[in-house]
Design a binder for this molecule. Sequence first.
Ligand code: PLZ
Length: 443
Amino acid sequence: MSGGPTIPQKRNLVTAIPGPLSQERLDRKKAFVADGVGTTLPVFIEAAGGGILVDVDGNSLIDLGSGIAVTTVGNSAEKVVARASEQLAAFTHTCFTVTPYDGYVDVAAKLAELTPGDHAKKSALFNSGAEAVENAIKIARHATGRNAVVVFDHAYHGRTNLTMAMTAKNMPYKDGFGPFAGDVYRVPMSYPLRDGLSGADAAARAIDMIHAQVGETRVAAIVIEPIQGEGGFVVPAPGFLPALAAYARENGIVFIADEIQSGFVRTGDWFAVDHEGVVPDMVTTAKGIAGGLPLSAVTGRAELMDSVHAGGLGGTYGGNPVACAAALGAIEEMETHDLAARARAIGDLMQRRLEAIKAEHPTVAEVRGRGAMKAIEITKAGTLEPDPLRTNAVAAYCHQNGIMVLTAGTWGNVFRFLPPLSISDELLEEAFDVVAEAFAATA
Ligand code: PLZ
């Protein structure tokens, strides 16, 4: 079965979830794949496209997760397949730092054009989000001659040693994997539902802590997800990001926006910081950039990026030619189909449906997010006490009924909705009918 844009756009369940053929594969996975590599929805996928995932039993599920914000342009999107296939046939690898090729430079030029600010920018390409974050810190330290890194409560930056140190949540990301990299300091995030602070007051709280506990002259970088991803789509109060960026600028600190989950039109603009006109010194990107192929980037002020000696940045596969071709295809899809506008429209639809669920179910404490990056936080009715059990019950109902939903949040009590932007309104409406049903069925 082939996937991509031609796949039938219909939810259709022909077996229980998981069906017998998925169950066979799950047994095989259990035998050969490390238990530490988990599964959210236990079906094996054989094709995908538009807003549909097709499993090996022939079930068609509605995708509200995009493989964790990756297939923004859809699975096997036309331009991604065309450009990556052409590149596959031409050559698969040379190692850019051994003998360069155009695709890498083309992606870097596109990043200079699309990321916030009109200053001179340069990029370095890598494979995973974590690798981009690691390299952003390497560059910031090298450029400033300082060591300290400031991150936030509820942050997620990856699973490598430095990025585990930067990630907030213990289980499942950090437990038993220490010791962690040093000189990483965590300060409070702006979390309007839970702290009730204005952006300015929340920034003052964070800045006071940086001043008192770290000392601004020691700080190489402040790293922040402008809308937190794994942390539960926490959107800081207006003014928080601009105040932090201004503080960083005044103190010679590199302000790094981790746009790995929020970037590339997901929020209805190219980047989440664009909504507040914030211009970071560096941006990390991955996920949606390449339509499903592994690619990540650090893009920053040319003088910062160039502070590193030749040979100081690299990696065997970073900016692989097939991944770069896929990225150019994904960006072409975003531009030619104005997917930023589509993200806003999907966001409006999801906001309407989620507000309606909230009106019926007091366990929904808040609807938040931007564009096609929306979440609801689940608490014990009328309180702020997180309710992960209810969250899991609703998720299980959705999964059993053919809706791919993802949870998030420090307490596991957030639903995050990240549909591919290639999904139809009909499928979205149907998916949220099931989500609404799930809340009623688990009340
Ligand atoms: N920064 C903001 O969202 C990846 C993690 C999935 P990698 N988030 C999904 C999982 O359970 O491992 C992420 C992110 C932000 C960095 C990363 C890390 O990106 O490509 O997973 O390394």
